[in-house]
Design a protein around this ligand. Sequence first.
Ligand code: S3P
Length: 169
Amino acid sequence: PLGAEGLGIIFLIGYMGCGKSTKAKQLAHRLDCPVIDLDAEIVSRTGKTIAEYFEAFGESGFRDYESETLKTYPYPENCVVATGGGLPCFFDNMDWMNTNGTTAYLEMQPAQLVSRLQNRQKRPLIKDLDDEQLLEFINVKLAERNPFYTKAKVIVNAFDLDAEKLKEV
Ligand code: S3P
């Protein structure tokens, strides 16, 4: 492994389906540091799936809880964190991450995201959409979210991010 010395907290951000969780695991393995998945942390704290949480408390309840989870997690010194796709775009979460760590935006084309988002049931915002509707939805959402995502310190094609690149930042 490359080692995680001096890495700090690396926050991976980007749209649903861009591969944040998988990439976070690979990077953490290569860097020999812990990986944290904030969606998984929400599930373990609440005992509810994300879909169940949305069902019970609505999107705004979820955004409150998500932001609180981001800000209260006991992060180790060096780690890689996968965030939920919407997390950077609510409250001051993006600024908070930039203050407390290094943010990396995993960019991916909308059509590619659609093809990767085949199992939509666990994602309440898109569970009822067909491919054509999803493409339209993603285009609208990305226009809204890009002003937040592009505040990331590193902006990189989702397939290109590797541990060597992170060590250079
Ligand atoms: C969301 C993304 C999801 C999850 C929730 C809402 C979003 O996380 O937090 O379903 O608003 O983009 P992933 O990006 O890990 O799927």
